[in-house]
Design a binder for this molecule. Structure first.
Ligand SMILES: Cc1cc2nc3c(=O)[nH]c(=O)nc-3n(C[C@H](O)[C@H](O)[C@H](O)COP(=O)(O)O)c2cc1C
Length: 313
């Protein structure tokens, strides 16, 4: 094996761990080709249905996320990567090629690797507990380092976002004064100055329990909106998800609301300056009831493409 290459065991462990990456409908729309000196990431169009994802947006985001997960997993195992994104115009499904450089793992990389295993989508309502403002800066910083933009969605926009779909999780909020008091007692608010009406999840008509959700809602965006931007958006989203998990926060990624509200988010929330790619709910997990079960993944063997040559894909 090429000396500038993790051994097979390390590589398979890293690919398996990276496979914990989230994807829309848990489709895992990625494939890997391992050659003598590189690993190549492919989008698998079979898992990107034209009817619901005609531009392969969700699939590209998922591939960007798994790419970042792999970088984290390898870095924590002592291998930095040199990544070429969309390296071959004649192969649009080849999203990235990675080569390797020996590297001394940092504590941060080791923590983020642990976050890959710990992360899962948490669709529950999050309790009222402020998120320190410094964490938002950290999300922004880590997303920006990968070419992404992360903005808090103001409460007014959350209300308007949810209107056509009635997606209650997007508007649910805490009681104004209680939330602001709690935040003021911490190190400052990260949300907008005043929340609008608190929203209950659960329908009084159907008799389901009243639940108040205090998730913060972020929009992940990119300066452009092309296939490369979507891969980069996925990498930036992965950095936010793993950073939040490492802090102990619960997260949940959403793109379904963008299907009808992409233009609204672009013009209103982002002021026309960036292209929305996904929404991320972030908050503290409820401390009552069981945590959501981990979703399954396909075995890594099912995600490997055969080798073609030792030099390239
Ligand atoms: C690009 C993308 C879009 C997603 N959109 C939604 C969504 O609109 N609604 C939702 O409930 N979950 C959404 N998810 C979350 C996936 O359903 C979830 O990641 C997947 O089932 C795997 O579960 P896990 O995150 O717990 O590992 C999305 C995930 C990704 C990566």
């Amino acid at each position: 094996m090429d000396p500038a290459m993790p051994d097979r065991r390390t590589m398979m462990a890293a690919l398996t761990l990276a496979g914990r990456a989230p994807s829309r409908h848990n489709a895992q729309p990625w494939r890997w080709r391992v050659t003598e000196g590189a690993v190549h990431l492919y989008l698998d169009p079979r898992f990107s249905p034209f009817s619901t994802d005609p531009e392969s947006r969700d699939a590209s985001l998922g591939c960007g996320i798994v790419l970042h997960h792999l970088n984290v997993a390898l870095a924590a195992s002592g291998w930095a990567t040199v990544v070429r994104r969309l390296p071959d115009a004649s192969q649009p499904d080849l999203l990235a090629s990675l080569r390797f450089v020996p590297h001394r793992a940092t504590m941060l990389e080791i923590s983020l690797r642990a976050a890959i295993t710990a992360r899962h989508s948490d669709h529950r309502a999050y309790p009222m507990k402020p998120i320190p403002s410094g964490y938002l800066s950290l999300f922004r910083e880590r997303a920006a380092a990968l070419g992404g933009i992360v903005r808090l969605v103001p409460d007014l926009d959350r209300e308007r976002l949810a209107m056509p779909t009635g997606a209650s999780l997007l508007v649910a909020g805490c009681d104004d004064r209680a939330m602001l008091t709690a935040r003021a007692a911490h190190d400052g608010p990260i949300g907008s100055a005043a929340r609008l009406s608190p929203t209950e999840i659960g329908s009084p008509k159907s008799g389901t329990a009243k639940v108040v959700d205090c998730a913060e809602l972020f929009v992940a965006a990119t300066p452009a909106d092309d296939p490369l931007s979507r891969v980069r958006a996925g990498e930036a989203i992965s950095a936010v998800l793993l950073t939040a998990t490492n802090i102990g926060l619960a997260t949940c990624l959403l793109t379904e609301p963008l299907e009808s509200r992409r233009a609204f988010l672009r013009t209103e929330t982002l002021g026309g300056t960036a292209f929305p790619q996904a929404l991320i709910r972030v908050g503290w997990a409820p401390d009552t009831g069981p945590a959501p079960a981990m979703s399954p993944r396909r075995p890594i063997e099912d995600l490997l493409l055969p080798r073609v040559t030792d030099d390239g894909p």
